[in-house]
Design a protein around this ligand. Structure first.
Ligand code: FMN
Length: 231
């Protein structure tokens, strides 16, 4: 399996440490690993021109920088989004990459490859907002068409600490092992479930009377308005 980590921080702290514990679980010789570190690998802020949605993704002013990352995302079987909680949300590095994927949401021009993937969200917070950050990233995965999403959020009560000095590191390791096994099972037996089907069918209806020609043309070309499906 191809595992892509989208690491929302270059800081080698809690988020890195927890993510590395997960990645270790997948080091069994059958998996390959790739990583996008933000903002090192992409640091453009979305200007809100909406060119990607209205005119085509190649009209985004940051197309040359973001498109190679989208290829990496498309290529992965498991996508890990890892982020510290910053002021109640994900890191700005991760957020700006997600903004550049808006045109790939189910409401616009979803990519077939996203329906075969599994998502894993890793969040670390000092004290609060793990739930809200997980919810935000779950929404992104769902609207990109990813059918199975797992999460592991942890409140560290530390600012910039490291896993090696956590009191309950054995407990954390056990939980990560358990969660990683669930993710492994999902990767072998991935299915598009009710939620993804519901969202897909909802947005299919909106495309039938669509307001954005480029989206409607895309759905027509794919044959999705004539019974074909991306999953
Ligand atoms: C700018 C900034 C904002 C933060 N905002 C929050 C917050 O809203 N809620 C919270 O619980 N922790 C917050 N924290 C603490 C971090 O989420 C926490 O220490 C996290 O584990 C850091 O991850 P890292 O070690 O991978 O950098 C913040 C830290 C920074 C640097």
């Amino acid at each position: 399996m191809r595992i892509l980590t989208i690491m929302g921080t270059p800081h080698k702290g809690n988020t890195r440490a927890i993510t590395d514990l997960f990645l270790k679980e997948f080091e069994d010789g059958n998996n390959s690993f790739d990583e996008i570190v933000l903002p090192n690998d992409f640091n453009k802020i979305c200007f809100g021109c909406a060119n990607c949605i209205l005119k085509g993704e190649d009209k985004c002013p940051h197309y040359n920088e973001v498109n190679p990352l989208i290829k990496k995302i498309e290529n992965a079987d498991l996508i890990i989004m890892a982020t510290p909680v910053f002021v109640g949300s994900c890191s700005s590095g991760l957020k700006t990459l997600l903004d550049h994927l808006a045109y790939m949401w189910l409401v616009h021009r979803p990519k077939e490859s996203m329906f075969n993937k599994v998502g894993l969200i890793i969040t670390t917070a000092g004290g609060s907002y793990v739930k809200q950050t997980v919810k935000l990233l779950k929404t992104n995965f769902s609207f990109l068409g990813v059918p199975r999403v797992y999460n592991y959020g942890i409140t560290t009560m530390k600012m910039g600490g490291n896993y090696s000095d956590y009191k309950d590191k054995d407990k954390i390791k056990k939980r990560i092992h358990k969660k990683a096994n669930k993710v492994k099972k999902a990767l072998i037996n991935n299915k598009v479930g009710f939620k993804t089907k519901f969202l897909y069918n909802l947005f299919k209806m909106t495309q039938k009377n669509g307001w954005n020609k480029i989206d409607v043309d895309y759905w027509k070309e794919k044959g999705w308005l004539d019974g074909k499906r991306p999953y």
